[in-house]
Design a protein around this ligand. Structure first.
Ligand code: HEC
Length: 150
């Protein structure tokens, strides 16, 4: 092997290594973000169900925590990070075959969580209605774009 081809082999091996590491990070990071969404949703759901007292400020904060997720979230789906290529993810291949639809669903999460944060400041009744609309996003996106493991 000549010096130059050895160099090329080493560089491409490094590039592949970096690619894999990045894909793993993206999966980890997007799961963390969804966990944040899950926690905030749970807190708000407890208030809505009367399992803890309604607190408009806390509810608004929880909704803002969700609203902060979508812009970052949508950048964390590089090619090769669906559930067929990565055992750690539940991301359906449909995300990549229908990226426009997925982007819309991510944007809707931002719209509805922002609206719920506003509603939280208006009081419990307004918040309940807005939160009801928000949680529909979870179900529909998970149905379309997540394949839950057993
Ligand atoms: C735009 C699509 C979309 C919306 C909206 C959405 N999710 Fe998700 N969610 C996903 C996808 C995709 C995964 C799987 C991600 C992965 O495994 O890489 C997921 C995974 C999760 C997980 C598991 C995270 C983990 O530990 O691996 C939780 C919890 C979750 N979502 C909660 C929620 C809640 C609560 C809502 C509504 C407030 C919501 N999600 C709205 C797409 C969405």
């Amino acid at each position: 092997m000549t010096g130059i081809s050895k160099f090329v082999v080493v560089v491409s091996a490094l590039a592949i290594g970096a690619g894999v590491a990045f894909a793993g990070d993206a999966v980890k990071e997007r799961k963390e973000l969804m966990k944040t969404v899950g926690k905030s949703t749970k807190l708000a759901a407890q208030m809505v169900k009367g399992q803890q007292p309604f607190d408009g400020g806390k509810a608004a904060d929880a909704m803002m925590a969700i609203a902060a997720v979508p812009d970052k979230y949508i950048t964390l789906f590089p090619e090769g990070t669906d559930m067929k290529s990565n055992p750690d993810t539940e991301a359906s291949p449909k995300i990549w075959s229908d990226m426009d639809g997925f982007k819309k669903a991510v944007a809707q999460l931002k719209t509805d969580s922002t609206a719920a944060a506003e509603a939280a400041k208006q009081g419990e009744g307004a918040f309940k209605a807005a939160f009801g609309a928000l949680v529909k996003n979870c179900k529909s996106c998970h149905q379309d774009y997540r394949i839950k493991k057993q």
